[in-house]
Write a protein that binds this ligand. Structure first.
Ligand SMILES: [Zn+2]
Ligand SMILES: [Zn+2]
Ligand SMILES: [Zn+2]
Length: 493
């Protein structure tokens, strides 16, 4: 039996208003404004007939030239990646110090190992609490391990073979007592804890902390100053997401951002109108529609409709697989609702809306990647001249051995980039998403792969464009289209 979400029924007309596709004019206005506030004047977004939107060059670009830097609408570091790198929860820049990055990871790795050995993971093993407040709640409820198992070989849980370092040494890395040679060449912004007191979110600057609080985190913070309805319910929601699919955390971030934007619009509206007559249902809906606008431009299909069928699911089981995904989303949504429900934003808690928000990340599938300074550090040591190198390696070699093959893991997550997501695919693209040496935060960076003329469409490849024709088309089918780029037309059998 298919689950019926009560809010889908109760708010049916509001939900259909929210899901009504914006008119081409509204789309155009939105992007023109976005481009002008962000000063990315090199490009234009245009609505093109059947293929939807496209990005066009507003000027000539040379090969390797920067076409666009795109600030994300919302993004999240993968739960499993949180033990590997400590980044700003807002801009995803690495923070702390090289020592902290390494020490923290070795520490969390050792916790994982001792858990694997069925050792205790109780509070007594929280050796780091004095010097550095780690994501303790993640570990106490065991969800951190669960995630680890889910991600299998991708996570550095395979540290069993690595040589471990003395506990005291790891602690002195984390608390700043031990300074590694030449680490001062790789300074990182110091960590600023979340002002809400959750001890989970850290920032590179006060402005990132404030922006995150205002846009998302005040409703998702599990600390004392949280604006959530119930911190206990919020913890349950987070635990469920960490144990199943961390895409729910990102969807929750989007919902929080809409609620917070709505409240701001409402406050401004009340001030303008005076308190009389302002609380009508219709004016609330129009404010909600306004707050929803950035999402209305981005969403396409519901998650359970667009998620690619995993290889291990037989196509005859497709219907039941999709139903299970929908049920999972419903469970997650109920937990989220218990944590942050706002009656004036009730339609946002419908399963239809939740499904569309998650689907937005599924379809646009945009990876958030930030390179690790730990890698640069070890490369620098490796490049030192003989004497210096030998001296430095006395300290760094055992650390490298302890970290193992994946000694530096980049920050990985998922994010929605409003402009990049408008770029169409081509198997012979003229641009690519590429982080340059200086691109050290979570913004998407698009570089010209060959000269692009003013007026030409800017295209990127969603897949590995060097795959054979058939494989490309199969992969692109998950995005819901058949590619008819020049390369495909030529190679079509
Ligand atoms: Zn930041
Ligand atoms: Zn917080
Ligand atoms: Zn193609």
């Amino acid at each position: 039996m298919e689950i019926v979400c009560p809010i889908d029924e109760k708010c049916a007309s509001e939900v259909s208003c929210l899901l009504r596709p914006p008119s081409p004019l509204q789309v155009q206005e939105y992007f023109d404004q976005l481009i002008s506030t962000r000063n990315c004047h090199g490009i234009k977004v245009k609505q093109i007939s059947e293929r939807g939107k496209g990005v066009y060059a507003g000027m000539d670009f040379q090969e390797e030239e920067l076409v666009l830097k795109d600030q994300m609408l919302a993004g999240n570091q993968h739960s499993s990646n949180k033990m590997d790198c400590l980044v700003c929860s807002f801009c995803f820049r690495f923070i702390g110090s090289i020592e902290l990055q390494i020490g923290r990871r070795l520490y969390l790795q050792s916790l994982g190992d001792s858990a694997n050995d069925k050792c205790h993971m109780g509070s007594s093993s929280h050796a780091s609490e004095d010097c550095y407040n780690t994501d303790s709640s993640d570990m106490e409820d065991g969800s951190y391990m669960k995630n680890h198992e889910d991600y299998g070989n991708c996570a550095p849980g395979s540290s069993k073979d690595n040589i471990s370092l003395p506990k005291g040494f790891i602690e002195s890395l984390m608390n700043g007592e031990l300074e590694l040679p030449f680490s001062d060449k790789f300074p990182l912004p110091s960590t600023i804890p979340c002002p809400g007191g959750c001890g989970e979110a850290y920032y590179c600057s006060k402005s990132c902390a404030e922006a995150d609080w205002e846009l998302f985190h005040s409703l998702l913070c599990t600390g004392e100053r949280s604006k959530a309805l119930s911190r206990a319910a919020l913890l349950k929601f987070i635990e469920h997401a960490n144990g199943t699919n961390d895409i729910f955390l990102l969807a929750a971030k989007v919902i929080c951002s809409i609620i917070l934007r709505y409240r701001k619009l409402k406050a401004a509206h009340l001030e303008e109108q005076g308190k009389t007559n302002a609380n009508s249902k219709s004016s609330n809906l129009s404010l909600l529609l306004e707050a929803w606008k950035p999402i209305s431009i981005g969403y396409k299909r519901r998650w359970w409709d667009c998620i690619a069928l995993p290889d291990d699911v037989d196509s005859s089981d497709e219907a039941s697989f999709r139903m299970k995904i929908r049920e999972l989303a419903f469970t997650s949504l109920q937990l989220l609702k218990a944590a942050i429900f706002d009656s004036e934003c009730e339609p946002l808690f419908s399963l239809e809306i939740y499904g569309h928000i998650i689907g937005m990340f599924e379809l646009n599938n945009l990876d958030l990647v930030v390179a690790s300074p730990v890698e640069d550090y070890f490369l620098y040591i490796d490049d030192l001249l003989h004497g210096e190198k030998k001296e430095a390696e006395k300290i760094t070699r055992p650390i490298l051995d302890a970290l193992g093959d994946d000694y530096s893991i980049c920050c990985q997550g998922t994010a929605f980039f409003p402009l990049q997501s408008c770029m169409n695919h081509s198997c012979c693209p003229n641009a690519k998403a590429f982080k340059r040496e200086e691109d050290r935060d979570g913004q998407a960076v698009i570089i010209a792969q060959r000269p692009i003329c003013k007026g030409e469409e800017v295209t990127i490849s969603y897949i590995d464009e060097d795959l054979p024709y058939g494989e490309r088309q199969t992969l692109l089918a998950d995005y819901g289209f058949r590619c008819s780029c020049p390369k495909c037309l030529e190679e079509e059998p």
